[in-house]
Design a binder for this molecule. Structure first.
Ligand code: 2P0
Length: 326
């Protein structure tokens, strides 16, 4: 194992789950309560550079050009400790990361962030990991990062221990024109982070039913993706998202990620569907809405959304690639 003498730069894209990860079976190892399936997006990504340096007394972390205060570094440092332990080194590192994702606004910057960090840190530390091993490592930073190691459609197998919980690509070179339109209703930081939110959701009396439903959605969604059936893909994903969000409304105390614009966007998508367009919504741990549709209907959908949302709030994304090195 040789520590890299030059910075290693990795790029990873964010992903949006079609069957969601929402609940942990093991908080320390980040083992989820159920399998999940996502689509990696081309439009939103993180680049991260890592270089170990014998001169450093602590990790030096710069996020979007700003040095992170010590209290903001804990998750990254803990993750770097894991990399150091595996690489048998006690060196600290310069870490510089740039997000091309609205940070913490429900477009999953922790997914691309920890996938890029896992890739860059492992290689900089001289660890020669397979992509499956990188997905296991990324998982320890943030669950959704497990899936961002791969491109296209990706399944995270929940597993039962560190070894058995990893992601696997279902179709990395998506050859049909599925699209996601992100309706960015808010760029504000979310009030309840997903880590805290999913824990609170586990108090819902419906939580076990949510897990059952999510596991039951996996095979039908895999089949629908294989058949390139946008209506099956969209309706499974939309129903799955609503089941997930039902666990927030029924938690103790109850909460929701939706705001008024989230509901407005859902209604506009419902209108479009009753007009015969094939479009479906999904939401994550924030108020933004992602519309699942086909490329040839994007313009008609955007036209219908524009009176309510500005051009700068509407971003069209395609399936994107997995982890790469620059
Ligand atoms: C997902 N989301 O499958 C789910 C659906 C949002 C809703 O962001 O605690 O940030 O770091 O493992 O990965 C998952 O939350 O949580 C997530 P941690 P993470 O994409």
């Amino acid at each position: 194992m040789t520590i890299s003498q030059t910075p290693v730069i990795a790029k990873a894209h964010t992903n949006i789950a079609l069957v969601k990860y929402w609940g942990k079976a093991d908080e320390h190892l980040i083992l989820p309560t159920n399998d999940s399936i996502s689509m990696t997006l081309d439009h939103f990504y993180t680049t991260t550079s890592v270089q170990f340096d014998a001169q450093l007394a602590a990790d030096d972390i710069i996020l979007d050009g700003i040095k992170l205060p010590t209290d903001g570094q804990q998750r990254i440092r803990q993750f770097m400790d894991l990399v150091r332990q595996r690489a048998h080194t006690d060196l600290f590192a310069h870490i510089e990361t740039s997000n091309h994702v609205p940070t913490t606004a429900g477009l999953a910057s922790s997914a691309s962030g920890f996938a890029a960090l896992a890739g860059a840190a492992a290689k900089a530390a001289g660890l020669n990991l397979t992509r499956r091993e990188l997905s296991q490592l990324a998982r320890r930073g943030s669950g959704s990062a497990t899936r961002s190691i791969f491109g296209g459609f990706v399944q995270w197998h929940a597993g039962h221990d560190d070894e058995s919980s990893f992601a696997e690509p279902l179709d990395e070179k998506v050859d049909w024109p599925i699209r996601m339109i992100a309706i960015v209703v808010s760029q504000d930081e979310k009030k309840i982070g997903s880590r805290h939110g999913m824990k609170q959701s586990q108090t819902s009396p419906f939580f076990n039913d949510w897990v059952k439903q999510a596991n039951a959605d996996i095979d039908p969604l895999r089949t629908a993706l294989l058949k390139k059936d946008i209506n099956r893909v969209g309706s499974i994903a939309e129903h799955n998202a609503m089941c997930m969000h039902a666990t927030t409304l029924s938690a103790t105390p109850p909460f929701t990620y939706f705001n008024g614009d989230t509901i407005k966007a859902m209604q506009l998508i419902n209108d479009l569907r009753s007009l015969g367009l094939n479009c479906y919504y999904t939401m994550d741990a924030g108020p933004n809405v992602k519309v699942i549709c086909l490329a040839d209907e994007v313009d008609a959908i955007l036209d219908h959304l524009r009176p309510a949302f500005g051009n700068d709030q509407l971003v069209v994304a395609k399936p994107g690639p997995g982890l790469t090195y620059l």
